[in-house]
Write a protein that binds this ligand. Sequence first.
Ligand code: MF3
Ligand code: CO
Length: 266
Amino acid sequence: MTTVSIKNTKEIKKMRVAGKLVAEVLEMIETYIQPDVSTEELNYICHNHIINKQKAKPACLGYNGFPKSICISVNDVVCHGIPNYKNKLKNGDIVNIDVAIIKNKYYSDASKMFFVGQPTPLGKMLCEVAKKSLYSSLYIIKPGIYLNQIGKTIQKYVEKHNFSIVREYCGHGIGTKFHEDPQILHHNYYNSEQIQLRSGMTFTIEPMINAGKCEVKCMNDGWTIKTKDHSLSAQYEHTILVNEKGCEVLTIQKGETIPRILCNSY
Ligand code: MF3
Ligand code: CO
């Protein structure tokens, strides 16, 4: 049986603080995403910001042995790209930056796509569909709905646009641990254990969308996940809180086209 923790008011306050910090890192790094910058430089800037400015901890650093403070996944890298000084960004790249931090014992986790210079029409469209697929799921979240409605909604949106959804990685409950129950799948699935959402649940939704086929493969470094067919991949991730009427996007950033609080019931 899966038990999902319900956060109380005090815990929610800390989740909000952690969420704001993650959002701030993703806003801060945008200006540095330029041709010729190495992914290690971007890691270094984020790391210092998290440690020195935010007095927080980068959650990825040392997590299951992950060697850097953030994940940077470029083009056909689906997720868990390891920052490296040899890996330099170039015009047309699509780049996912995935930031997770710990503040006052609470975790928050979010990621978004950036364009280096001018994106290709396909790169731009893929990122747009990935973002909108995440948003489409936020508009259905409220207490009482079944968890698999999230994946169902994302899948419908993505497949309408003829892209595919990675099955191997999913969203997750989050709180005083990086990864808590439940798992949040990004596609429709059957589960005899039907979990219903309740106010006070906090979890991530983080669909990975491929331009080609959904299959992925792990590189020899044991971390970097790429599309098997070398097609482009895009991901957006938010940490969200289920509230009485809908949800609150704890990692919302400036410039997003959704409100922080979504009222999804009357
Ligand atoms: N932020 C990602 C997640 O949702 C990646 C974490 S794996 C790490 O779990 F090891 F790179 F930290
Ligand atoms: Co996550």
